[in-house]
Design a protein around this ligand. Sequence first.
Ligand code: ADP
Ligand code: MG
Length: 322
Amino acid sequence: MIEILNVTKKFGDKVAVDNLSFNVVEGEILGFLGPNGAGKSTTMNIITGYLSATSGTAKIDGIDILENPIEAKRRIGFLPEIPPLYPEMTVKEYLGFVYELKECRFPKEQHLKEICDVVKIGDVYKRMIKNLSKGYRQRVGIAQALIGNPKVLIFDEPTIGLDPKQIIEIRNLIKMLGKEHTVILSTHILPEVQAVCDRIVVINKGKLVANEKTEDLILAVEGSRRLTAKIVGPEAEVLKMLKSTPGVRYAESIGKRDTDSISYIIESEDNVDVRKSLFFNLAKNNWPLIGLEGDELNLEDIFIRLIDKEKSDKKKRGAKKG
Ligand code: ADP
Ligand code: MG
């Protein structure tokens, strides 16, 4: 549905996007990630025809955005990083204006009403945009993207600046839209990606770093996991059992007594989740597990691990050649 092939964008000497290629298949929700300044917005602006690439092509539904921008744009709904809202207009005026701008052919009132129902802005329809909360404004931004019912939706950091409740609402909305659209979503929030995206593309300094199914990517970067477990049972025997559990690389008692339990640190081998076997082994011995905590990874950790991995892979390849 979306094909990006060898796209490069230079601003003067600065290379913002560097020979980037990836595809998005129909019906997929793609998470587009990378540190600040990685080139996400630039790429999204190229896909949507807001910016032209220095070289390379972007196609939507087989249509080249540069060769046939009108037809390509008809297939795209875009929520830019800064939504193009007119604060002095009411929601109704603004959506009517976008409807005309897009030369939309659906029956106007019914189409706009359906969209307002989907994004839940019916109750502010006659209010001025400047008087809306950030969450509502973001919904209006999504509403304008939905006008014309485009096949492809592109959202640049749709939840930035929202509070946790609004984030969950917008996330659920995107998940729902993903059932009937192909979606590219850039975000900074890991649970968002895990909850919503089928696949993840990571870029850094304009270059592709990873392109994998969400669960594969998370597993690949998780590597070794460190858990803290609180267990009730005889210390030496518990520790012996922990150490002999398959997938456990290291275990030690940190002795911290919390009523009758003892805390242990458990490190797993790379890419192994030992939590289930720990649970069953403890249950077999009648040693209650009363707490289990892991160090959760955040997106920054993932970027650092991916970028490090890429560097060491490159070194290895270089060493083989030399
Ligand atoms: P991201 O969205 O991933 O944070 P951007 O695509 O906004 O990254 O920016 C990528 C790089 O290109 C950054 O280094 C940024 O400073 C630069 N850049 C973006 N837009 C322009 C522009 N109009 N002129 C010059 N440099 C730009
Ligand atoms: Mg950006």
